[in-house]
Design a protein around this ligand. Sequence first.
Ligand code: IPE
Ligand code: IPE
Ligand code: MG
Length: 272
Amino acid sequence: MSLITSSTREIPETGQVPRHIAIIMDGNGRWAKRRFMPRVAGHKRGVETVRAAIKACVEHGVEYLTLFAFSSENWRRPVDEVTFLMQLFITVLEQEVVKLHENGIRFKVIGDLSRFEPRIVEFVRNGEVLTADNTRFTLTIAANYGGRWDIMQAVRRMLAQRPELAIGFGEEDLMPYFALNYAPEPDLFIRTGGEKRISNFLLWQLAYTELYFTDTLWPDFDRRALDLAIRSYQQRERRFGRTSEQLQSAVAAGERKKIAEKMSTKKAVKLG
Ligand code: IPE
Ligand code: IPE
Ligand code: MG
């Protein structure tokens, strides 16, 4: 069973720094086009941004970063571009997985890998095994991922393993079968490139995620841009269905409790 809770069943604990950031890295093609370069030059440049984003997230104390690299609908692109993206994925895997491991980063891939070349699948699985015990930071790449695919595969796998649930099941039965079952739901979702849509990314998990959209194209999304997104997150009031007044009185009660605890330890020291 997964230890991860559902935001629609229990109110999650939240802090100043988002524990989990999920990003749709969009705008590579337009970045290249503006420079009269082929679209794929934008993808190549986007890899640099990925490196910088991982570093910045680690430094901020974020624990999970999930990046949408290739959607289940991106096969509709011209063959040349798809081939380039696959090749780029292999190259980056070859170069980076060991470095991720050296930096204590766990590497995971979510998505339907059955359409990928066996060589890619092998690289991915080896990388996952190599980095499995790194707990400080988890980088997840969503490749041939679709939110609907994820929900469907979860239901299918659950029913295959537990056929008795065919007559009825709950969220907690299904959740362990989601591809992202090892991570808490994202606190902050970022989409670069100006579009205001989810494009079949994490549909289930974004239920109570704070959404942030920016016109900045992915290759231009630098540390400053990420800091702005985190700052915007810090100004949000996450209510999870409650009223603002309820939250404020909960905060006041928490503060009262802290003060009471402080006063009682002081007293104990004096008396002891
Ligand atoms: C996102 O950039 C990267 C992938 C989908 C692989 P795009 O390639 O979608 O860039 P635009 O949206 O065409 O500018
Ligand atoms: C979403 O970007 C997928 C990734 C970033 C991998 P797209 O550029 O494919 O999304 P749409 O087609 O504009 O919705
Ligand atoms: Mg796009």
